[in-house]
Ligand binder design. Structure first.
Ligand code: GLN
Length: 247
């Protein structure tokens, strides 16, 4: 399976390499080798990618990658359309939408993969966050993470969020949605060690990527003993719950 990590040198502030490490390790424990490729400024998105990853960054780094990302837009859209899995976090998530307007009023054009737009507000939305997700019909699971963003993201009518906010701010602190889902592509504000404390999401992404590489259905991955991961999830979820309200 091939994992392509976009802009690891620029969008990398939120344990983004750690998310890759989790994917590699959980695949290796199942005897699956990951061919890890990085995609920098001016480099093409590998045609054999099964899973794309875009990390988080501040406004400055976002502005730095925006022109290059614009050129990669059609390749990214074609990849997702063809069933490639994708995870975009925070700054990367914003830039995969249509646009991000900074506090200064400057507008960064996004690639328009996700049907959403983002506008920076005055107050940063910071803290532990808990979501309820249903990525597979009838299977409800929680995601625990940490958010830190000035951007307020608004999904277009009919767009699918990644989950519903149980505690925290989410996309904009108002509508109770968090993230966005489009086929096998997920965008989210949840960072910090997202995949280490939400191993089910790592496995979901791996299964989607395997489905792309085989051309079949997402396989059922052999379970792992996730005691430490479950404990980490519980600590993070407990911190989010202690915020005591949705917003
Ligand atoms: N500049 C964005 C924001 O603060 C990026 C978020 C991030 O990656 N911290 O909204």
């Amino acid at each position: 399976m091939t994992v392509a990590h976009l802009y690891p040198g620029e969008l990398n502030i939120y344990a983004d390499r750690g998310n890759i490490a989790v994917l590699e390790r959980r695949a290796a424990w199942r005897g699956i080798a990951i061919d890890y490729k990085t995609v920098g400024l001016g480099e093409r998105v590998p045609a054999d990618a099964d899973l794309l990853y875009v990390g988080g960054g501040q406004d400055r780094e976002q502005a730095l990658v925006t022109p290059d990302l614009g050129r990669k837009g059609p390749e990214l859209a074609a990849a997702v359309d063809g069933g490639v899995a994708l995870l975009a976090v925070c700054g990367g998530y914003q830039l995969l939408g249509r646009s991000y307007r900074e506090r200064s009023g400057a507008e960064l054009p996004g690639v328009g993969l996700f049907p959403l737009a983002t506008i920076a507000g005055e107050r940063r939305m910071i803290g532990d966050i808990l979501l309820e997700c249903e990525l597979d019909p009838g299977v409800r699971r929680t995601l625990a993470g940490f958010e830190n963003h000035a951007g307020r993201t608004f999904l277009d009518a009919g767009a699918t969020p990644l989950g519903r906010v149980v505690h925290g701010f989410g996309n904009n602190g108002g509508d109770g949605f968090e993230g966005c889902r489009l086929a096998r592509a997920l965008g989210t504000y949840l960072h910090g060690p997202l995949l280490p404390r939400n191993p089910w999401l790592a496995d979901w992404l791996l299964a989607q990527a395997l489905a792309h590489s085989s051309g079949g259905e997402p396989p059922e991955l052999p379970p792992l003993s996730d005691d430490l991961e479950a404990a980490a999830h519980e600590v993070a979820a407990g911190r989010a719950r202690s915020r005591g309200g949705r917003f």
